[in-house]
Write a protein that binds this ligand. Structure first.
Ligand SMILES: NC(=O)c1ccc[n+]([C@@H]2O[C@H](COP(=O)([O-])OP(=O)(O)OC[C@H]3O[C@@H](n4cnc5c(N)ncnc54)[C@H](O)[C@@H]3O)[C@@H](O)[C@H]2O)c1
Ligand SMILES: [Zn+2]
Ligand SMILES: [Zn+2]
Length: 342
């Protein structure tokens, strides 16, 4: 089968023929239909410092996908050939204290699809049935392809109730924009999203934010004034991984404000801890998706009419992967989809 492979320890990816993956008794073999390109895939292609320490070559990359079940192992009961599925890309150990307690998103032995084992940028992918999410209600294929990052957005956005609250989102990447759509849907009063990319702020405007603010030209304090906020934001969703955005956020929260942090900073950095203490700010780190509570919430949000189509801004055939990755790497686009099957 065709697959996008990190073949050797150097920049780039190669489209090549590899053997179809084998499935065991508890596994599902999935024919991949569409995939989403993630920042993680860009890091692996660029072979940056993170990728060099995280990746063992050769590796089939990719973790955001939708596909159709082609075969199931003998022990698989609840997934059937022909089902439309996406995959939870965090494979957990099933044995640690958190796994045993059903808190699988907190497993300390998580292995990432397309990072620690062969992934989904291929004609076929294998996953344990316990990592498969069957789409039981109608969903657009491109949207189903990005359920993994949509799940990051939902996990973060639903960390704190946002009904009637003023929400600040730093970073209008695909995940920040999806989070904005979710908190809007969940009844937030004002949703302010920030970025330094005019193109991304323009995409954010399409999901109905109150204000999409270019922080290279305006301050968040200006935004507060414009919206008539007097005491700061109630909820913060950090979606950029940038130190200056975290500091901006801390400066603009209400006392007792709550922050969910998904953005992954590249390095350690300093923040004003006395402000966090004196303003009694709660900061919660978010990793991945809750299995499978977040997936349930995603499905219900889509059933409820949440529209993610503005976030998807490009589709390429898998043979054009280099152009697709180049577009994703500009950091000006929304989600870029690779089509494996039509
Ligand atoms: N914790 C997890 O499980 C998890 C999972 C996926 C992604 N992530 C991280 O979440 C973040 C969002 O993911 P994404 O795919 O949308 O990333 P992305 O890199 O596409 O988006 C980040 C955005 O932040 C913007 N930005 C840069 N400086 C800024 C500033 N000072 N203020 C506001 N915005 C600024 C960038 O222009 C960019 O549009 C990334 O940091 C990513 O690494 C974490
Ligand atoms: Zn991803
Ligand atoms: Zn575990």
């Amino acid at each position: 089968m065709k697959a996008l492979v990190k073949q050797t320890a150097e920049p780039g990816l190669r489209l090549m023929d590899v053997p179809e993956p084998e499935h065991g008794p508890g596994d599902v073999l999935i024919k991949v239909l569409r995939t989403g390109i993630c920042g993680t895939d860009l890091h692996i292609r660029a072979w940056d410092g993170w990728a060099q320490q995280a990746i063992v070559t050769p590796l089939v990359v990719g973790h955001e996908f939708v596909g159709e079940v082609a075969a199931v192992g003998d022990d698989v009961a609840d997934v059937a050939v022909g089902d439309l599925v996406s995959g939870e890309g965090h494979l957990v150990c099933g044995k640690c204290r958190n796994c045993l307690a059903g808190r699988r998103h907190l497993c300390r032995n998580t292995v990432g699809l397309g990072v620690g084992r062969d992934g989904a940028f291929a004609e076929y992918v294998v996953l344990p049935a316990s990592n498969v999410w069957v789409h039981r209600s109608k969903v657009d294929l491109d949207v189903a392809a990005i359920f993994d990052p949509f799940g990051n957005a939902v996990h973060t956005a639903l960390s704190f109730p946002s009904l009637n609250e003023d929400v600040l989102i730093t970073g209008a990447g695909p995940i920040g924009i999806m989070a904005a759509a979710v908190v809007k849907h969940a009844g937030a009063r004002n949703v302010v999203i920030t970025d330094v990319s005019p193109e991304r702020l323009e995409i954010a405007r399409k999901v109905g934010v109150s204000l999409a603010l270019d922080v290279s030209r305006h301050t968040i304090a200006d935004a507060q004034e414009q919206l008539g906020l007097k005491e700061g934001f109630d909820i913060g969703l950090e979606m950029s991984g940038r130190p200056e955005a975290v500091r901006d956020m801390l400066d603009n929260m209400t006392h007792g404000g709550r922050i969910a942090m998904l953005g992954l900073p590249a390095d350690e950095f300093a923040v004003d801890w006395s402000k966090i203490v004196q303003h009694m700010i709660t900061i919660k780190g978010i990793y991945g998706r809750e299995m499978f509570e977040t997936w349930y919430a995603m499905q219900v949000l889509i059933e409820g009419g949440l529209d993610l189509s503005p976030v998807i801004t490009g589709t390429y055939g898998y043979e054009d992967y280099d152009a697709a990755f180049d577009e994703a790497a500009t950091a000006r686009s929304g989600k870029i989809i690779l089509n494996w099957n039509d």
